[in-house]
Design a protein around this ligand. Structure first.
Ligand code: NAP
Length: 289
């Protein structure tokens, strides 16, 4: 066996995101130049959680930087599910709105499933409506969840072969684990989905040509879980002693993985970028443009 170390590429998710945003800005600019309405994202915030407020500000800022419109609907923490449903209904009917995003988590007593199910699937840029999820399952064209789209974009841009690859996804949430598994499968990878009850997780991970960790346990994936030459995508974000930490021991992955995403400037910047792309996709589908 050769003891030559693998040259590991650390994914620059920020540069990739900026590159895609530049293209989006050019496309949006063409609509503006033709005196057409530009795509518009509506964000709904219920309550006054500072982290959520900061996330929606970031999303609005990202919209304006690529020339898209963004509108905001704020409701107090005391709002009822019915209040939120009425706002969603108003946005569904508003012809100038292409994408609707309701910031999660919602206050206690408001069902995020009920709210997601009320969003017009044509405007479902966060891809949480059952119809959107069902379309992904059936393999029909659809808007799709932003973080999984970002993961796929990274794999493609870094030239990772997916056909026939063994892909292991740790985590089975509706927003990350399940959709990314379906996307990998649709690209002809052989996908294993792992979760909290999976036995022999380390051994399964060691078979992975593509390993996606979306758990939220700091540095769960150790160096000896990684197959030499694997593409390792770290979606997880945890706060440890006021520092953001991913699901993967990134330093341990160096010299083993072919590519690895860092926990900062990795998947994160791609998520908002895919939200912008979804908004443009929804705009085009709605306007026929
Ligand atoms: P989630 O809904 O909490 O799901 C976590 C998944 O991890 C569950 O399926 C759970 O299994 C599984 N899990 C828990 N402990 C495990 C263990 N010991 N071994 C294997 N699997 C285990 O989380 P999520 O919303 O998918 O998010 C996952 C992580 O990604 C979080 O850290 C989140 O902050 C981060 N995230 C980042 C971005 C980004 O843009 N960077 C976007 C979204 C999420 P069970 O199903 O059995 O409970």
């Amino acid at each position: 066996m050769s003891d030559q170390k693998q040259q590991t590429i650390v994914v620059d998710g920020l540069a990739l995101a900026q590159d895609i945003r530049k293209q989006l800005a050019e496309e949006v600019g063409r609509y503006a130049a033709a005196d057409k309405r530009v795509p518009c994202l509506a964000v709904v915030l219920v309550g006054d959680d500072p982290a959520s407020a900061s996330y929606i500000k970031g999303k609005q800022r990202a919209c304006s930087r690529v020339g898209m419109d963004a509108i905001e609907r704020r409701l107090p923490a005391s709002a009822s599910e019915q209040d939120v449903l009425l706002v969603v209904q108003e946005l569904n009917l508003n012809d100038a709105v292409d994408g609707i995003l309701v910031q999660l988590p919602l206050p206690k007593g408001i069902s995020s499933n009920a709210i997601a199910a009320a969003i017009d699937p044509a405007k479902d840029v966060d891809a949480l409506h059952p119809t959107t999820a069902g379309r992904l399952l059936l393999g029909t064209p659809t808007l799709a969840a932003c973080t999984p789209l970002g993961v796929m974009e990274i794999l493609d841009r870094y030239g990772i072969e997916l056909e026939g690859a063994n892909a292991v996804v740790i985590g089975r949430s509706n927003i990350v684990g399940k959709p990314v598994s379906l996307m990998l499968q649709s690209r002809n990878a052989t996908v294993t989905m792992c979760h909290s009850k999976t036995r022999n997780l380390r051994e399964i991970c060691r078979q992975a040509d593509v390993l996606v960790a979306a758990v939220g346990i700091p540095r769960l994936v150790k160096a000896d879980w990684i197959k030499p030459g694997a593409a390792v995508i770290d979606v997880g974000v945890s706060n440890v002693d006021d520092k953001l930490v991913g699901d993967v021991d990134t330093e341990g992955a160096m010299g083993i993985a072919r590519i690895v995403t860092p926990h900062r400037r990795g998947v994160g910047p791609m998520t908002i970028t895919m939200l912008l792309r979804n908004t443009l996709t929804a705009y085009r589908a709605r306007t026929g443009g």
